[in-house]
Design a binder for this molecule. Structure first.
Ligand code: PRX
Length: 660
């Protein structure tokens, strides 16, 4: 853990522009003033147990009430609302129907080739129940892990909710991951069941999901996976194995459209979601039912200021936490109308997002800075062609947003009337932690502003001492919160080591280390500076450098590999890999291309290195550690500064510069 990756951390230009929500927006919002925000914050500080208890009781329906709000006995394995019993699908669907919202649209789905479907809450309940009954028919039992590897189609949402309905935790694997990456996740979670599709449409291509499932099973998961359900989406020819593979439309069609929601304990697992860390393989982040339900619900309500007639659209994929919390659980728990889009903008259709906003009169739009930057690049003429007047609130997530992109978003998309919520959070936090409340907090371009009520953060140095105003440091979270991860699947040691042992704050050991750098300005605004560990963010996708290095080293020609991130105007960071080859292997451009392909097949297209630099050797300290700081400078084309006296062989530097 070091801050040197962010060596520019203290050279930040002060951002003085400040934007207040309009009076009209503030007057009509759920939390309408800074004083109201502050009062909530104070209540939480004064009596956290009472604060969380009252929201858990007012926002969530429990089959049986909880007695203990927070059990810290076995910290950092915290337990929330532990005696409570509930089912998240009841909160996401049934209760809205009971409250007269059955005919309200729950889901609007827009397919990549232009097809579309809508589902009311009544219809959603039927789809989920039928899917849940089908899962039972193939033998899924409460507690069994079900892997969902699907394109962005309504059935992905039905599958997640069907699992939750019957108490089977889900493990959604992003459809852009390769069969190798899928195999690792199937094995790590011991997922006996997989729900997939024959394929998915992505950027004018078909991704062959079922073939990838077959390969994952053949190449190592055959003793684990028992049954596979396949949605027919692309109608491409695929092979179906008798007694193992079932077509969704055949097995779901004839099921009963009612399935009793399983009564779950608050701390029963709801899902595992894999994310990258700085060491080893991806970690299976575990979330449980009660706390996650409350946190995804409450943050959605606070941040998106949701109203009964809002049309809300989050452009993420359900394969990531943003899709889990802010396409599926948060919006549905609030009885909102949520949009799901199968495609991503591509050169042949750069107006796709704006067309959807116009078509469905979207009022709240939530996307990633990378997307905004790419729209900026292709010019405002494209969004200007569409009617975006329905928008009233904009959000961003996943990576720091540069002030220029923030201003463009505000002006070109929001017509200077929509507040922007820049939301900072992580797979591990379950829901947003730092964000403006749009009716209450004035925003500065590029700052995520303040922590939500009940969330206590600090920026500290490596000794846990609060840093000075505007000084870069490590972002920590000082108190547990309901949506926090509970552990890493199968590795509680790693859970403690990765998050709870880095920093002690005022003698308190149980502080959460987020892995991000940040600074706090004179007005108390938080500015996230990016990761301080060996995790890089490419277009907001989180990747461990070690993961990519292992993928490279698994290639027969590679002896050693070191991967670093390089600043990229569009993607935030781009991957640069330094590689030394096995004896007798000759370097060539063609080999570099093959190595890129190899990484894609080991992990997925999101991990494709932008550049591979092949060299005889890598810069190492006398004790054999690769000096990444040097590699980062070389990748960025910068002068190498700082101490290089620990380098074992300084001639490596010249050679590296030549090869880069
Ligand atoms: O570095 C932070 C960055 O994304 C990381 C979390 O990645 P992941 O678990 O994949 O979740 C992404 C979606 C929540 C964080 O450690 N990050 C997320 N949101 C922001 C951000 N960086 C700056 N500003 C944000 N708003």
């Amino acid at each position: 853990m070091s801050l040197d990756k962010r060596n520019s951390i203290n050279n930040i230009l002060e951002e003085n522009r400040i934007f207040h929500p309009s009076k009209n927006f503030a007057d009509n919002s759920n939390i309408r003033s800074f004083e109201q925000y502050h009062s909530l914050k104070k209540q939480a500080l004064k009596n956290p147990a009472h604060f969380w208890e009252s929201f858990a009781k007012s926002e969530i329906d429990w089959f049986e009430p909880f007695e203990t709000v927070l059990d810290s006995e076995n910290a950092p394995f915290f337990k929330w609302f532990k005696e409570g019993k509930l089912n998240i699908t009841y909160n996401c669907i049934d209760r809205h129907i009971k409250n007269g919202l059955g005919k309200k649209t729950a889901l609007i789905w827009e397919g990549e080739p232009g097809d579309s479907r809508k589902f009311t809450y009544n219809e959603l309940l039927k789809e989920v129940c039928k899917t849940a009954n089908a899962l039972k028919e193939i033998g899924v039992k409460k507690g069994d892990l079900v892997c969902i590897y699907m394109p962005m189609i309504p059935e992905a949402m039905f599958a997640m909710l069907a699992c939750a309905r019957i108490g089977a935790p889900h493990s959604v694997v992003f459809g852009g991951f390769s069969s190798e990456a899928l195999k690792d996740r199937l094995i790590d979670g011991s997922a006996k069941f997989v729900i997939t599709a024959d394929g998915g449409f992505r950027k004018d291509k078909v991704i062959e999901l079922k073939n990838a499932v077959d390969a994952a099973i053949e190449n190592g998961a055959s003793k684990i996976v028992e049954k596979v359900i396949v949605v027919q989406r692309t109608k491409k020819n695929i092979s179906m194995l008798k007694n193992r593979d079932y077509w969704w439309h055949e097995i779901v069609k004839n099921q009963k459209d009612w399935c009793e929601p399983e009564i779950m304990n608050s701390e029963d697992r709801l899902f595992i979601l894999y994310t990258s860390g700085s060491t080893g393989k991806p970690k299976g982040v575990v979330h449980t039912t009660g706390g996650y339900n409350l946190w995804s619900h409450l943050t959605f309500k606070w941040i998106f200021d949701i109203k009964i007639d809002d049309i809300y659209w989050c452009t993420a994929d359900v394969g990531w936490i943003t899709g889990h919390s802010y396409i599926v659980y948060g919006p549905l728990s609030n009885g909102a109308t949520t949009i799901m889009y199968e495609g991503v903008p591509r050169p042949s259709n750069l107006g796709a997002f704006w067309e959807i906003i116009q078509k469905y009169k979207v009022s709240i739009f939530y996307t990633a800075p990378t997307a905004i930057r790419s729209f900026m690049k292709s010019g405002r003429e494209i969004p200007d062609k569409y009617d975006l007047d329905s928008l009233r609130l904009l959000g961003t997530v996943g990576e720091p947003i540069n002030p220029e992109a923030w201003m463009w978003y505000r002006d070109v998309i929001g017509k200077n009337k929509c507040p922007i919520v820049d939301t900072w959070w992580q797979t591990e936090t379950g829901g947003v932690m730092i964000s403006p409340l749009p009716g209450a907090i004035a925003t500065k371009p590029g700052s995520a502003t303040f922590p939500l009520p009940g969330i206590e953060v600090e920026v500290v140095d490596k000794n846990g001492k609060k840093v000075k105003e505007n000084e870069g440091g490590f972002l920590i979270i000082k108190k547990p919160w309901p949506g926090m991860m509970r552990t890493i699947h199968g590795n509680s040691e790693r859970y403690i080591k990765s998050y709870w042992e880095h920093i002690s704050f005022q003698g308190e050991k149980n502080v959460y280390f987020a892995g991000d750098g940040a600074r706090i300005d004179k007005d108390g605004y938080i500015w996230i500076m990016g990761r301080v560990d060996d995790v890089i963010s490419v277009s907001g996708h989180r990747l461990g450098t070690m993961e990519i290095e292992s993928a490279l080293v698994s290639h027969e020609s590679v002896a050693e590999a070191a991967v670093v991130g390089k600043k990229d105007d569009l993607k935030g960071e781009a991957i640069v890999a330094f590689v030394s080859l096995e004896k007798d292997v000759k370097t060539s451009l063609e080999l570099a291309e093959r190595l890129k392909k190899h990484v894609v097949s080991e992990i997925g297209i999101i991990a494709r290195p932008e550049k591979i630099i092949i060299s005889d050797s890598l810069p190492k300290t006398r004790s054999g550690k690769i000096m990444r700081r040097i590699l980062r400078s070389i990748a960025a084309g910068e002068r190498i500064t700082g101490d290089i006296s620990t380098l074992e062989d300084s001639s490596v530097l010249e050679k590296l510069k030549e090869s880069s």
